[in-house]
Write a new protein. Structure first.
Length: 197
């Protein structure tokens, strides 16, 4: 397998204590680096940026200085891994705000004559894995809630800007984890990192 350039986007909003999302990211990175892949990290909760409040700001406003390196890293990557906990059925607000800021016209898709064309995707040639932790059973999320937030992320954000294929890893019942549960998932993420999947 050829070495890949991987960016890990850590979407957990709490930086005060380590969480499962942080351990999963570290396991994936360790496996990737063992296999010769190059890894960069984006810790969303440590970045300084405002929320977008208008279409004009999104289309014409300057990208906050704190997000310029994030765009560089995403453009550099061949494979993108997003990790986040499910909060109120969706990604945490800080991660959504980050994606809105970085996925701007002129970067995520073509921008012509002051308007988004939506015809030329700007981040084609990249794959992604979405890793989501949740308190509920995965089957409940998939079948009762229809995994709506992950499907929306795949279709309306990642697919919209050209990132495909997108694979998902859903990890349920994390509040009831025992030591062997954590070890099993960390080993799985390490293997995924080795394969850059």
């Amino acid at each position: 397998m050829m070495a890949k350039r991987i960016v890990l986007i850590q979407g957990h909003p709490d930086t005060t204590v380590p969480h499962l999302c942080h351990a999963l990211a570290a396991a994936y990175a360790a496996g990737a680096e063992e296999a010769g892949h190059t890894v960069r990290f984006i810790q969303v909760a440590e970045l300084d940026f405002p929320l977008l409040r208008s279409r004009q700001a999104w289309e014409e406003g300057a990208l906050p200085a704190g997000l310029q390196q994030a765009q560089v890293d995403i453009r550099w990557a061949e494979h993108i891994v997003l990790l986040f906990p499910l909060w109120l059925g969706d990604m945490p607000a800080v991660l959504k705000g980050f994606l809105e800021q970085v996925a701007r016209p002129g970067f995520a898709f073509e921008h012509e004559a002051g308007r988004a064309t939506f015809t030329k995707k700007g981040l084609t040639g990249r794959s992604a894995r979405v890793v989501v932790t949740m308190g509920m059973p995965v089957l409940v999320y998939r079948w009762y809630f229809r995994a709506h937030s992950v499907k929306s992320l795949e279709r309306n954000i990642l697919g919209f800007i050209g990132i495909t294929p997108v694979h998902t890893t859903l990890i349920g019942m994390v509040c009831d984890f025992k030591a062997n549960d954590s070890s099993r998932w960390l080993a799985k993420l390490r293997r995924l990192g080795q394969r850059a999947q």
